[in-house]
Design a protein around this ligand. Structure first.
Ligand SMILES: [Zn+2]
Length: 150
């Protein structure tokens, strides 16, 4: 992608940030683990390129404890991100619960309103039958009037 010498593969991804344990040198060779035997750093672990040497600083060299600390920091930042996301998910869940409660209240209101509507319908039907009775009574009176006076 950007580097001219690094071959494609996992190493590109690992070396993008330059953090953590380096898998490959920019020359393309896989890194190897060694133990320092210098007076300054006796027994200290490091990873380096097999092509590298004291005279050629262009190849990979990295102390393992520094790589480990960097990896720990990466992991910590990922954990922080996950914690934040879990927190916002929990908040979302709380909101969903609140909406559920509102919906349940609305359902109760709807049931009550249905009851009111059905009792109104009954009243309307009663009024209709009462009206029919009046109409029938009127017809009977009209018939009787017709029979007697016409
Ligand atoms: Zn190299």
């Amino acid at each position: 992608m950007s580097s001219s010498s690094a071959p494609s593969g996992v190493s590109n991804k690992v070396n993008v940030t330059g953090r953590g344990i380096p898998r490959k040198c920019r020359c393309g060779r896989f890194s190897v683990m060694r133990i320092s035997n210098t007076m300054k750093n006796p027994g200290r672990l490091f990873r380096c390129c097999p092509n590298g040497s004291d005279e050629n600083p262009n190849h990979l060299f990295k102390w393992t404890n520094i790589s480990k600390v960097e990896e720990m920091k990466e992991v910590e930042s990922v954990v922080d991100k996950i914690e934040r996301e879990v927190g916002s998910l929990a908040k979302g869940l709380y909101e969903v619960e609140a909406i559920k409660e509102i919906a349940e209240t609305c359902e109760k209101d709807i049931v009550e309103l249905k009851g009111v509507v059905s009792s109104c319908e009954k009243e309307i039907q009663e009024l209709r039958s009462f009206k029919n009775m009046i109409v029938c009574g009127g017809l009977v009176v009209a018939f009787v009037y017709y029979v007697i006076f016409v």
